[in-house]
Structure formats: C-alpha cells, structure tokens
Design a protein around this ligand. Structure first.
Ligand code: NDP
Length: 788
C-alpha cells in the first residue's frame, strides 16, 4: 500500500483512493517562528525569560523537526508565578461572578476566532490529525470556557457562600494539550481561583498561544501563569508551600508521587490518571456500529487517550465475525501527515514514547500472543506506529493489563454478561467503559456493574463540560466537568483536629495491667456483625479524666484490620436499596434512644463533660442516625444536558469500603456523625473510635440488634496511630475519612497512595450538609445516546 506522502493524483482517479487534503500550516508556522524568537514563561501578565534559563526543543512528531525552543522552568520561576497568582487573587475575586463570567466568555470567543490557528499549532506540536484538533479538541475547549462562564455567573446561586481554594497548581499531559488546559483552567477561574499551569514538556505551544489569548481577552495580570518545563518543574509546583490546590492529569505513577508529596499538607488534590478501559461487545449489538466505534475508541489520537477502549471484550458467539470486521477495518486505516484532513492516524507524540509502545508490543509477541498489524507503509520521517491488535491476550499478560498509551488493542472473549463484568473489572484502573448491546436490560445492568467513572452505552469518547469525567480505583479521584468538577475548585472544610470538640481531652492508650471484675465485661471488637476477641489478645484501659478505671477496650492489630476489610467486602449493605438502608438506620436510632441515660452517664464518666453535655451528645447521635437515614433514599444523581443527542445519567455510587478515624472527643457523636452518612450512601465502614471507646462499643452492641447486615459497620478499638496507617494502606479499602493531627495525616495520606484511595478530613461533627453525602459517593456518568 502506498503511503499518503507518496501521492499520485492519476492513480487516485483509478483506485478511487483518497487524495491528500492538506491544511495549510503557514499561519501556524509564522506564529511559532515569531513566538519562538524569545522563548519565555507567561508570569504576571508578562513574558518572562530569565537570562540563565535552560531550553529544550519542542518537536513536530510527524517530521522530527525542531519547531521552536521552550524554557525549562526552575523553582525560582515557579515561585515568581505563584507570587504573581497570589497577588492577582484579590483583584480577580473582587470582580465577582459577573466579571469573571465575562472574562471566561471573552476567552471562549477569542479561541473561537482563532480556532484554526489553535488546531494547526496543536497538530504540528502533538502529531494528532487535524480532523481531531479541528473537530473535537478545539470545539470542546471552547464549549468548556462557555459552560464555565455560565458556571461563574451562577456560582452564588449554585454554591452560596463557597470560597475558592486560592492559588491552584495545575499539571497536564501531552495527549490533549489544550483540552486538558481548558478542563483545568475554566473551572478554576469560574470559582475565583488563580492558576499556575505547567504544560507537558513535549507539547507546550498551544498553552503559550493560549496565554496570548488571555491577554487579548483582557484577563487581569497574574490570574493565569504558564511555566513551561519538565517533570522537575511540575514537582516544584506540587511542593510550593503557597499553592492551595494541586490538579494533575497524567500517569498513575506520577499521580502516586504527587499523592505522597502532598500528604498531610492540607492542599486540595484531584488526580486524573491512566486507564485500561474495556470495550464490551454483546452478541445482540449492532456489530457494524460497534466496530466503527472501536476505531474511534482505540485509534483516535493514536490510542494516546486515557480512556481509550484498549481492551475489547467480545461475546464468544460473534467473536470471529467481529475480529474479521475489525481486521478488515484496520487494513483501511490511513496513517500519515496529521495536517491531511483525510488521515485517520497521525504521528506518535515522541520517538521515546513510540519506542516504549513498540517495546511493549515486542514483549507481547515474545510471549506468543497473536499480533495483527495491517501492511501499512509508514512515513519515513517522524514517529509512527501502525494500528495493532493482540488477539486472545491472556488477562494477566503485560499487554492486556498495563496501559500501552498507543494504537494497540487487545482482545478477549466472554460467554455471559456476568463474565464480561468480571473481566472488565479485572483491572487496577477504572476510568471508562463502552458497552454495546441493543438490549436495554443488558446494557444498563452492565453499566451499573462496571467499575468506571464514565460508561458509554453504544458509543465511545463522548465528552462535555456539563458532565463530569474522571476515574475510580487507580485511575484517580475527582472529576473534571460537571458540578462535581466545579466544586473541586471550591475550598474544602477546615479539617477537624483529633481534640476539637465540646469536651475536655481524654487520655490516649493505657495498657491494661489488670482487669476489674466489678465491670464483668469482655473487651471485644465488632467485626462481621459479631463481637470478636482481638487477634493480639491485648486490651487497654479506658479511664476517667481523673484516672479512674472505667473499663477495658480491645486493642486491635493489623490482623484485625484485615479481618474487618474482608467482612466489609462480604457485606450485602452496598447492594441494598436506599429505602432498605433508611429503615435500618432509623431502627438503630430507635434502639439507641432508650439507652440515652446510661450512655450519657458513660460519656460523662469518660470525658468529664458534665451530664447536660453528655445527654446532648446522645441526643445529637440519635438525631444523626435519623438525619442520615432520611437521606439514604434521597441523594439522587442528575441527568445532564449535553449538546449530544441522548441522556447522560450521573449516578451516585458508594465507594465500597470506607475507613474512618474518629475524633478523640465526643466518643459517641464522633462515631455516629462520620459513619452514618457513609452508611446512608451505601458504603461499608471500618471505624476506629476515640480511645474513650466504651460508648462506641455500646453503640455496636445496639447495632448488633438493629438489623444492620454483617460487615456493614466494623469497629476496631485501639490506637489510631498504630492501626490507622494499616487501614489507610490496605488496598481493599476505597475511601478514608480521618480526623488526625498533622504527622498522622501525613502518614495516612502517604500510605493511601498504594491504591490511590480518596482521603478526606471532615470539618465539624455538626456538619449535616449534602457535602457529607457527596464525600461518600462517586459519580458515574452513563452516556445513553439514542435516536431512530
Ligand atoms: P506523565 O504522568 O508522565 O506526565 C504528566 C505531567 O506531569 C507532565 O506535565 C509531566 O511533565 C509532569 N510530571 C512528570 N513528573 C512529575 C513530577 N514528579 N511531579 C509533578 N509533575 C510531573 O503523563 P504523560 O504526560 O505521559 O501523559 C500520559 C498519561 O496521562 C497516561 O497515563 C494517561 O492515561 C494520563 N491521562 C489521563 C487523563 C484523565 O483524564 N484521566 C487524560 C489524559 C491523560 P513532562 O511531561 O513535561 O515531563
């Protein structure tokens, strides 16, 4: 087959093959040349180029030529940018929702006016086909700024009293350079934040062009600052003490480093990470549409897409037919000059990346996995890789389980919908999924069961500013777009510290030296719906503030943590309806209330808070159960209005297993106020209560007789500093709410990076806002395009 570079018009007429339709690069090249004469960062509204700055070249992947130089940002540059962003904050915030909306609107308009220039610059710098930059990247960028102009305007209405974080550090990858910039900058500005953004080393040019657009749009100086550079520049942004929130899109590996680096700092954090998304084709699907969708799912942007449908799961009965059609379609894909409008696959972003993809494919071939690559002549210069399929790749193979980030598809078969779900979820990632079936029951049932932040039914790669996008599991946390994406740029609650509260401090763990026969109680944990002895066989004393022994509590160890996690995973709580969960939580309140007097007495003895405050704490705890019971069937999702024809269902789902480290104070309310909202939203909970643990133990005795299914709530009494990190580091715990001092917070959040679990530090025990429910749920967006 002839490469599109070697076009012969006469032959085209005979073969009816595509002729070249190459977009002019003249204007883009002239902008690149002129802007590259003096490479600079964009800081405080000015172009800034320190004399000693190091430089590197930004290359055109389609030819390998150097386009222009870009500066390597130092930590001093980052510092200047952060200062400029800090200085700009008061002006920007004083402009109010209306003023900020006007600026965002002006940015949208200005990008639109120069949309072709942006599209060509992006294609030259990144290697992606102009068809994609022109028809998808840039229109989505514009839509994002328009949508968030509206979001800025309405902020006082939608989120009254909410405050922005302040200065946001934003780090983006190279695969959708301008789109990722828009996803980050638009909501940040809408909420009144200022920004320091670092584009990826390989693709900085569209961000620099965007900085010019901000100047034209009249954005106040310092609201947007762009510092170019590599990973070290990114690390300097993350580490800067005056950054309030970090927003990162990139690989799970770097996301993990950033999670560890920000642990305990109190900085806001959202991580949009990698994926290995399943593309599931059922036997009752429209097969031709599914195959055409697949082309978009895996070969769009050379497969360098976080949510690429890189794992094709085909029902066994149609496997041969689907594979035949896929191979046939692969052979007709056109690889070549990204500026040619009739090209399907452009250039890989960089030689190094292309070589990594090639090496991964060689290893898969070495493992004996069948590799299919059509005989496409690749252009001689630049970085290219052909569309590739590995058929029937074992699930545990590297090629089937790791993100390739290239035009490489793996396929496997399944027999039943249950098996399809099992294979789909057999991944550390949970970013997206596509489901192809004409049967609405199958499609929606599987959509609810796959672990992914975005699910497309009979479609793929649909995005919109009104609908959140982001991952589950090791694909990160937080959403971009939608209401939840906007709220990620509003300041979080001020975290509670372990000793905040109404009452005086109680002591820490005192190892038991004796048992007190008068109390006649065995100190036990509550795991899997049963009172169980602690694995280690140790207890600790719970004393009054004056040192009087009040009782013993079991001292948990890491084995108890593991048992509790297993029990929580076996629990059927998450599959119960909101209505059923509400009944149980009401019943707990009903059974707690008659015990008010003795629990109040116990609280008073443990904390010395006085009878009235202790009674108040019990009343608040009863009210907490009824409050969150009332919400259990009401924390609905939404249906989004996107420009696409169809519905987008934003469904609220529990995270799964939540760890809770309760405050030291308010030993009963501290447990109820944090566990009840998590239970209401369908999570199973493992709680470490205050060391004044006797009230929490009593609460679990009440719960034992309140129809809460086994494993839904597990209580591990003991030392939070000892078992908290075990809970935080457990890979089968999906969420951690912790009330901890700074050293413990740092440790908990650092070890949580193992499975990238979401960590949150609650604000006040009196918080009964919807925020608590939002923090206990993740949003899955199910796209249902339709039309007859
Ligand atoms: P990387 O994680 O390598 O880099 C992402 C950004 O982080 C780049 O700007 C990079 O700088 C910077 N960086 C690198 N090291 C550090 C560090 N230690 N501290 C701070 N910043 C750092 O990802 P890629 O650029 O290779 O992008 C591909 C990845 O992005 C894929 O895994 C893909 O799945 C994911 N992605 C996820 C999306 C989502 O929404 N979930 C969307 C798009 C991509 P530099 O490149 O200049 O060295």
């Amino acid at each position: 087959m002839m490469s599109p570079d070697e076009h012969n018009p006469g032959e085209s007429l005979e073969t009816l093959d595509w002729g070249p339709a190459v977009e002019s690069a003249e204007e883009a090249r002239s902008w690149i040349e002129q802007s590259g004469t003096q490479p600079a960062h964009f800081i405080g509204g000015e172009w800034s180029a320190p004399a000693a700055a190091k430089r590197f070249s930004s290359r055109c992947p389609a030819t390998g030529e150097a386009l222009r130089d870009v500066l390597q940002g130092s930590s001093e540059d980052v510092d200047r940018a952060v200062q400029a962003a800090r200085t700009a904050l008061p002006t920007w915030q004083a402009m109010g929702p209306d003023g900020r909306a006007r600026c965002l609107y002006a940015i949208a308009r200005n990008i639109q006016k120069e949309s072709r220039l942006f599209a060509v610059v992006e294609s030259l710098d990144n290697g992606k086909p102009i068809r994609e930059t022109r028809d998808l990247d840039i229109p989505l960028v514009v839509r994002h700024f328009y949508h968030h102009a509206g979001a800025a305007q309405l902020l006082d209405e939608t989120d009254p009293g909410a405050e922005p974080w302040g200065v946001c550090g934003q780090i983006i990858p190279w695969n959708f350079p301008l789109l990722m910039l828009a996803w980050k900058i638009a909501p940040a500005l809408a909420c009144g934040n200022t920004v320091v953004l670092k584009p990826a080393e390989w693709t900085s040019l569209s961000a620099l062009l965007f900085a010019e657009t901000c100047q034209k749009a009249g954005l106040p100086d310092g609201v947007i600052n762009i510092v170019t550079g590599d990973g070290e520049t990114g690390a300097a942004i993350v580490a800067h003490p005056d950054i309030d929130k970090v927003a990162f899109t990139g690989s799970t590996e770097v996301g993990r480093i950033i999670r560890e680096a920000t642990a305990g700092s109190g900085k806001g954090l959202t991580l949009e990470l990698g994926g290995k998304s399943p593309y599931i084709i059922f036997e009752d699907s429209d097969i031709d549409s599914a195959v055409e969708g697949l082309v978009d799912a895996i070969w769009f942007n050379q497969g360098q897409v976080c949510c690429a449908g890189s794992r094709m799961l085909v029902q066994e009965s149609i496997s041969d037919e689907v594979h035949r059609k896929v191979e046939e379609r692969m052979s007709r894909l056109r690889v070549g000059n990204p500026l040619d409008k009739a090209i399907d696959i452009g250039a890989m972003v960089e030689e190094k990346h292309r070589d990594q993809v090639a090496a991964m494919c060689e290893r898969a071939k070495g493992e004996g996995i069948t590799c299919i690559q059509p005989p496409i002549d690749l252009p001689k210069q630049g970085y290219w890789f052909p569309p590739t399929l590995f058929r029937d790749a074992p699930l545990s193979s590297e090629i089937a389980s790791q993100e390739v980030f290239g035009p490489v598809l793996v396929s496997t078969t399944f027999r039943t919908p249950q098996e399809a779900v099992k294979i789909a979820n057999h991944s550390r990632y949970g970013l997206a999924a596509s489901i192809w079936s004409q049967d609405i029951d199958t499609a929606l049932d599987v959509a609810r069961k796959v672990e992914a932040g975005t699910v497309w039914v009979n479609g793929t790669n649909m995005f919109d500013a009104s609908s959140g996008f982001g991952g589950m599991k090791e694909s990160g946390f937080g959403r971009e777009g939608g209401r939840e994406g906007l709220r990620a740029y509003l300041r979080d609650v001020k975290p509670m510290t372990p000793t905040d509260g109404d009452t005086s401090a109680t002591g820490g763990i005192v190892n038991s030296t004796s048992t007190d026969p008068a109390l006649d109680r065995t100190a036990k944990l509550y795991i899997g719906g049963k009172q169980v002895r602690p694995d280690g066989g140790y207890c600790f004393e719970v004393q009054s503030p004056s040192g009087e022994l009040l009782g013993l509590a079991a001292r948990s160890n890491r084995k108890d943590v593991r048992n509790a996690v297993e029990a929580s995973h076996r629990s059927k709580w998450g599959s119960m309806t909101g209505h059923a969960r509400a009944q149980v939580l009401w019943f707990i309140a009903e059974n707690l209330e008659p015990r008010s007097d003795d629990l109040a007495q116990l609280i008073d003895q443990m904390t010395g808070c006085g009878a009235a405050k202790a009674r108040e704490e019990v009343q608040q705890s009863v009210a907490g159960w009824t409050w969150w019971a009332s919400w259990a069937d009401k924390h609905d999702g939404a249906v989004h209005d996107t420009p696409w024809r169809g519905l987008v269902l934003a469904v609220h789902e529990p995270f799964g297993t939540a760890g809770v480290i309760c405050p030291q104070q308010n030993p009963l309310l501290g447990l109820v106020a944090l566990c009840a909202p998590l239970l209401a939203t369908g999570n199973s909970v493992i709680a470490i209560p205050s060391t004044a643990a006797l009230a929490a133990v009593e609460m679990c005795r009440i719960i034992e007789h309140s129809d809460l299914p086994a494993g839904a709530l597990n209580l591990l009494t003991g030392d939070a500093a000892e078992i908290g990190p075990v809970l935080a580091g457990h890979d089968d715990v999906d969420l951690l709410w912790h009330v901890s001092d700074e050293p413990l917070a740092r440790e908990l959040e650092a070890v949580s990076a193992g499975n990238m679990k979401v960590c949150w530090r609650p604000g006040e025990l009196s918080d009964r806002s919807r925020r608590m429910l939002d923090r206990g749920t993740q949003v899955k967006n199910i796209w249902l395009p339709h039309g007859i």
